[in-house]
Design a protein around this ligand. Structure first.
Ligand code: ARG
Length: 402
């Protein structure tokens, strides 16, 4: 039987050329799989037809938008998932979901090889390959762009020579990856890290500097998950989509950072994630109101580790799974409403209320009604500071002796 390869297909130049390229290099039949993670680009049926036109023996499109929102974006929200404290893991979250669909297609079509179009310099190759071998240890991976040295010029030449149904002039000067959780833009003139991003590169957000009326909204959370916006029930996908619109219109969620890739390279990345940043900001503020202090402090370390694991392609690892258990438990009381002002590129919490609130007005107030016994603080401070005070006294004695 002819060997079969399942290819993660985007519809772009590289993966279109990869179909024929893989067939030539390996003698295998290629099955193209595109996954809809809310990338909102070309019609997916057009993409499917293109794969067939480029020589795939079969082409499939998976509508995974709700699955992506519920099973990948929501856990990231609960974990306050932000790599280097900033990047909401846009691409890192979609890879394990795409991997799941690739492996399912490979099983269905009796393929034992999975292919992706990543280069050898990025994180995505790691996420695909570790993900695939984690879900299917019996499968192997190939990466034609990396392993068969497919450069852009060679790809264009190949597409023209084989008359592939793809417009080779359409390739953008940037490498862009997008899904409902956000959009990543890299390469081109952005590689000079002194260059400012230009307005042209953004699609999910308007220019935050343009004067406009502020927007205000209330997000209701249940155990860390958004369940309503302005009182109207929403699914996770609807919450992200609605906030992409409303926060995007206010220029919220633009990020520009130099990032430590897993492979050791520092790279400049521009992101826009209006819905994600708004949800992350709101949930984190509700956590401030409802999570007990020690749990909240410990959670911060877990959040950072979770983000690194996901960034590093270890979505299916035992540690990530165990941390998910902690994170769900920690979010048990993160229930209530957060009112946000959306304006000039910022989502700012301006009101919060919760049946689970640990904020006690009578303890906090500086006005009449104060129930906090300030006389307890004196003894507390004596004991709290005792170890470091003893050490300081010892060190001062030593300084005198020297
Ligand atoms: N640096 C980001 C990450 O590793 C974004 C990657 C975007 N991928 C792309 N092919 N443009 O998650």
């Amino acid at each position: 039987m002819t060997e079969r390869v399942v290819l993660a297909y985007s519809g772009g130049l590289d993966t279109s050329v990869a179909i024929g390229w893989i067939a030539e290099q390996t003698g295998a039949e290629v099955i193209a799989v595109a996954v809809d993670v809310g990338q909102d680009g070309e019609d997916l049926d057009v993409i499917r037809q293109r794969a067939l036109g480029c020589g795939a023996v079969a082409a499939e499109v998976a509508d995974a938008r709700d699955e992506y929102a519920d099973q990948y974006c929501l856990p990231a929200l609960l974990a306050n998932g932000m790599y280097m404290g900033t990047y909401p893991l846009v691409s890192a979250l979609s890879r394990p979901l795409i991997v799941k669909h690739l492996v399912a297609a490979a099983r269905k079509h009796d393929a034992s090889i999975v292919a992706h179009g990543c280069t050898g310099k990025g994180n995505d190759q790691v996420r695909f390959e570790v993900g695939i071998t984690n879900l299917a240890p019996d499968m192997t991976c190939i990466a034609p762009v990396r392993d068969y040295a497919m450069t852009r010029d060679l790809a264009i030449e190949y597409a023209e020579r084989h008359d592939l149904p793809i417009d080779v002039t359409k390739k953008s000067p940037y490498s862009i990856d997008q899904n409902v959780w956000g959009r990543a833009i890299e390469t081109g003139f952005l590689e000079d890290i002194w260059n400012s991003p230009i307005e042209d590169i953004y699609e999910y957000t308007q220019d935050p500097a343009i004067p406009r009326e502020p927007d205000e909204l209330t997000i209701t959370f249940a155990q860390g998950a958004p369940v309503a916006i302005d009182g109207k029930p929403v699914t996770m996908l609807q919450a992200i989509e609605q906030l992409n619109q409303r926060a995007g219109a206010q220029g919220i969620g633009r990020l520009d950072i130099v990032e430590d890739r897993l492979v050791g390279i520092k790279s400049r990345e521009v992101y826009e994630a209006p819905g994600a940043i708004t949800l992350l900001t709101a949930r984190a503020e509700l956590q401030n109101v409802t999570m007990e202090k020690d749990l909240a402090r410990f959670y911060m370390g877990v959040s950072q580790r979770w983000s690194e694991l996901v960034y590093d392609g270890l979505w299916f690892s035992p540690l990530k799974r165990a941390l998910d258990g902690f994170i769900a438990e920690a979010n048990r009381s993160v229930t209530g409403d957060v009112r946000l002002s959306l304006h000039a590129g910022r989502a700012v919490p301006v009101g919060r209320r919760s049946s689970e609130s640990l904020y006690d007005f009578n303890l906090a107030t500086y006005d009449t009604g104060d129930t906090f016994d300030q006389s307890s603080s004196k003894g507390f401070i004596d004991l709290f500071g005792l170890p470091s005070t003893l050490a300081a006294a010892r060190d001062q004695r030593k300084d005198h002796d020297d």
